[in-house]
Ligand binder design. Sequence first.
Ligand code: BTN
Length: 246
Amino acid sequence: VGFTLAYLDETTSTNDVARDPRYDAGAVVIAERQSRGRGQRGNSWSSSAGANLTFSVVLCPGFLETAQQFYLSKAVSLAVCDTVESFGVRPQVKWPNDIYIDGRKVAGILIENDLAGNFLSRSVVGIGINVNQTEFDPALPNPTSLAVAAGRKLDRAEVFRLFYEKMSFRYGQLQQQRYAAMDTDYAARLYRLGETHSFVDGRTKVRFEGTICGVLPTGELEVRHRDGQMHRYLFKEIEYTITGIG
Ligand code: BTN
């Protein structure tokens, strides 16, 4: 099986580059600098050049129905968690797919899917991992890096190599539809599972108290409100981001 790795000094966004169909399944586009790094919810992703990892992996999960596409997000989140764990650090997944250490964000994931009918055809999985950065833009709510958490500078190539290995394992689970195993591993790492705290309704901006009870196969977050009623939220319908407030 061939393996393409494109290493770019500078580009707009590795997700944009990896969109090019000449990159086959398994191809990776890494950039040292992104001038227009993109995050979820229309946010930008800034990363200090030379310190971190910003890359995109091309996958062709033609076997995966759109109804199950959250399992691709789970597989990627778990691969990043597995990578973080190999450095002796405990990661958590802040739903849907931010990777946290000690309540601070260490990595972000942006997956862009092409569909063929009810199935996925090609996915560009963009990942930004803060590896060796130690100073952060004060405008960011709660950043951290692997080096800050591990207490030592890390070899970025090793972090990437580990990620690729863990991603291959998790992608294998996805192909074999080992959803129960993935659900267990994801729930075990779910940030604030079972804790009561305040959320903001993404539409009304009203703050309320609730408890995260889990994530449904559709990817919806299940939250029990104080009156005991269970509500389901899609991404963008609920916020619980900022440490201290959320
Ligand atoms: C998020 O946390 O909102 C997602 C951040 C994803 C950032 C990565 S960096 C590599 C790839 N290229 C991009 O433009 N974004 C993703």
